[in-house]
Design a protein around this ligand. Structure first.
Ligand SMILES: NC(=O)NC(NC(N)=O)C(=O)[O-]
Length: 389
């Protein structure tokens, strides 16, 4: 774990991972033991925090964050967040912007993974695992912590030692889909299914990860937008699919981009199981250069159907796009990858709950299968797991 109180932009890889807790992806501030001064929901707002000096409500100065009262008893304050995208957490940003005389001297973060829809009282009883031990933070600062916990979490708990206020909590990480919710044909590029941006020519105005976010973009800022190009090249983004598979249909959505949609787009694919994605010769055209309209969701059936692990979108010459959907089917080894990646990363308590619940194993058999992890992606799946799909 490393700590950096300057700025997250030193390592674009981790900060460009999606914020698993963001309200944009359905994150929810399920509980806080106290929020007298400012509400816990502010923690998950996608926009940067703001502050207006000398603005007083009934409880005190108004802050854009989560703020508890001054503690007069021993202990600490905590909030529980349900991740919109459960996954592997790689970077925490504890943003104390504008909290100067009232930030917590230390914070800690734990994670848990639970089946179903627990209420706050049930969540308090979950098996919480340490992600960040109590660690000092500065006021009015983006406090960045790189972390590598081994498990896929559905919830995180943020603790302030002993009390205070935090503007935003960002939980950057790699979403890991629950394969029980993946159907035969699905969006192989969607973040929620495990698609991940691997490269991009330009992200001046907004992040390419937005292309693969759930739902529709509400405004231009929720898409991917490049700067105006002043050379002969073209902009592009590449994505590693959630699983190896065949893309059958693409949705190329330029909604909200009216004066800045690309004129044309093309798609190409690469199979990293047998070729190097860094070698331009490894890429094969899936959709030829095709004219686009501004502010339009285009749907294309792909003329070339071949198994790929990566897809690249080229836009000509530049511009912005709201969403890119790549609907298709996982290959046999791709399906196996989706199941093993999920199952191997479940904390032991959730693995046992899955196996004794839906899979119907007794406690001893569940413990034995759980202990066989990590399962190899090369071998056939145990029947108890295929039965869940
Ligand atoms: N001026 C303050 O910010 N005071 C208090 N906080 C709010 N929100 O008024 C406090 O005690 O932390």
């Amino acid at each position: 774990m490393s700590r950096n109180q300057e700025h997250a932009n030193d390592d674009p890889y981790r900060s460009s991972l999606p914020d698993l807790a963001s309200r944009i992806y359905g994150g929810s501030a399920a509980y806080a033991n106290d929020e007298l001064f400012a509400e816990r929901e502010n923690l998950l707002k996608p926009e940067e925090p703001t502050y207006q000096p000398y603005s007083f409500g009934h409880k005190g100065q108004i802050y854009d964050g989560w703020e508890t009262r001054r503690r007069r008893e021993p202990g600490h304050d905590h909030a529980i967040i349900r991740l919109g995208l459960p996954g592997l957490i790689r970077r925490l940003v504890v943003d104390t912007s504008f909290f100067k005389g009232n930030y917590p001297p230390e914070v800690s973060v734990q994670g848990c993974a639970v089946e179903g829809y627990p209420d706050p009282a049930e969540l308090e009883q979950a098996d919480w695992e340490e992600i960040l031990p109590p660690s000092p933070v500065e006021g009015h600062t983006r406090n960045v912590f790189d972390v590598d916990p081994p498990h896929r979490y559905t919830h995180v708990r943020l603790c302030m030692h002993p009390d205070g206020g935090i503007a935003r909590l960002r939980v950057h990480g790699e979403p890991v889909a629950d394969p029980r919710w993946i159907s035969d044909r699905f969006d192989l590029a969607a973040l929620e299914n495990g698609g991940r941006v691997t490269g991009c020519s330009n992200m001046f105005f907004s992040s390419p990860s937005n292309l693969f976010a759930p739902g529709l973009a509400r405004v231009m800022g929720e898409g991917w937008e490049t700067a105006r190009r002043r050379d002969d090249g073209n902009d592009w983004v590449s994505v590693r699919l959630a699983a190896a598979g065949t893309v059958e249909r693409a949705e190329v959505d330029t909604s909200h981009f009216k004066g800045n949609a690309p004129g044309w787009a093309s798609l190409s694919g690469c199979d990293a199981r047998e070729a190097d994605p860094d070698d331009p010769a490894s890429w094969r055209e899936l959709l030829p250069r095709t004219r686009l309209q501004p502010d339009t969701c285009h749907r294309f059936r792909l003329p070339v159907r071949t198994e790929v692990t990566h897809v690249r979108l080229d836009v000509f010459p530049d511009g912005g796009m709201a969403r890119l959907r790549l609907h298709g089917r996982a290959s046999e080894d791709g399906s196996r990858h989706l199941v093993t990646r999920w199952f191997n990363r479940l904390p032991p308590s959730q693995a046992r709950a899955v196996l004794t619940g839906e899979a119907g194993l007794d406690a001893a058999a569940a413990a034995a299968l759980s202990a066989r992890r990590p399962l190899s992606e090369e071998e056939a799946l145990p029947t108890e797991l295929t039965a869940l799909l």
